[in-house]
Design a protein around this ligand. Structure first.
Ligand code: SF4
Length: 247
């Protein structure tokens, strides 16, 4: 039995994740700690000025792995800072506090369970801190995502939503299509975010090129998702370290 579970909140998850978490908290025999670095969306849309070098123009922080159409037409992807700053560091901070870890600790003091399933075994990574050891109980039990869903159903529990930011550029086409068809309110938030991100980009000078949420470098509302299948934009959470996002 774990001592606690920690949810690192970017404040950009779909509503259904928070509703499910409220429900889950009441079922678990151990506490759920919600930690946050703040509103990630607002942080990305905040335009900052350079007080010491105003001639260089305003700038904005890029945190998520948006796709970039460079001025010469080539394609790129922004560095992903979000998982590290808004998830991994916040979880580590809370674990450190709960386990009373002293500076310079070298001995293993904490076993951290990570809920990725057998289909995601490629995301297993060792812990970054010497005082944490990772375990993957679902992988140890040989459970795939479908086995987890069957287990949940057979116990009469509601089907859990997938946890990820509404506008995560790592969404597969199937996930984008699901959002569009089943959750129009959240879909509209993703469209609005993309528009705001592009407007901020147009007003600042630190990013060359235009930003998009979809790999095709087309605005999300123009992407044809009608035939979305697992062969379209792949689910890129496999690139994500330690299995923190998209679980
Ligand atoms: S879900 Fe996507 S956007 Fe959100 S923190 Fe993870 S990688 Fe970043």
């Amino acid at each position: 039995m774990p001592d606690a579970t920690i949810f690192a909140d970017t404040q950009a998850e779909p509503k259904r994740v928070y509703v499910w978490l409220d429900w889950l908290e009441k079922q678990l025999p151990f506490p759920v700690y919600r930690v946050t670095k703040g509103d990630m969306t607002a942080e990305m849309l905040r335009i900052r000025s350079r007080k010491n070098e105003p001639e260089k123009g305003d700038w904005a922080r890029s945190l998520i792995p948006s796709y970039v159409k460079n001025r010469d037409g080539s394609k790129g992807i922004m560095q992903r800072v979000c998982t590290h700053d808004y998830k991994i560091l916040q979880i580590e901070k809370k674990v450190k506090e709960l386990a009373n870890i002293k500076r310079g600790e070298k001995e293993i003091k904490v076993t951290q369970w990570i809920g990725i399933s057998l289909d995601e075994a490629h995301r297993m990574k060792p812990a970054r801190q010497p005082w944490i050891v990772h375990r993957w109980p679902l992988i140890d039990a040989g459970m795939r995502r479908s086995d987890c869903l069957k287990w949940i159903e057979s116990h009469g529990y509601p089907r859990p939503p997938r946890s990820a930011c509404i506008y995560c550029p790592f969404h597969s086409d199937v996930e984008w299509r699901r959002l569009k068809e089943e959750d129009p309110e959240e879909w509209n938030k993703a469209l609005e975010f993309e528009k705001n991100l592009q407007e901020v980009k147009a007003k600042t000078h630190n990013i060359r090129g235009m930003l998009y949420l979809h790999k095709s470098l087309v605005n999300l509302d123009m992407v044809d998702l009608s035939t979305a299948s697992e062969h379209g934009q792949a689910d890129l959470f496999g690139n994500e370290c330690e299995g923190i996002c998209g679980v």
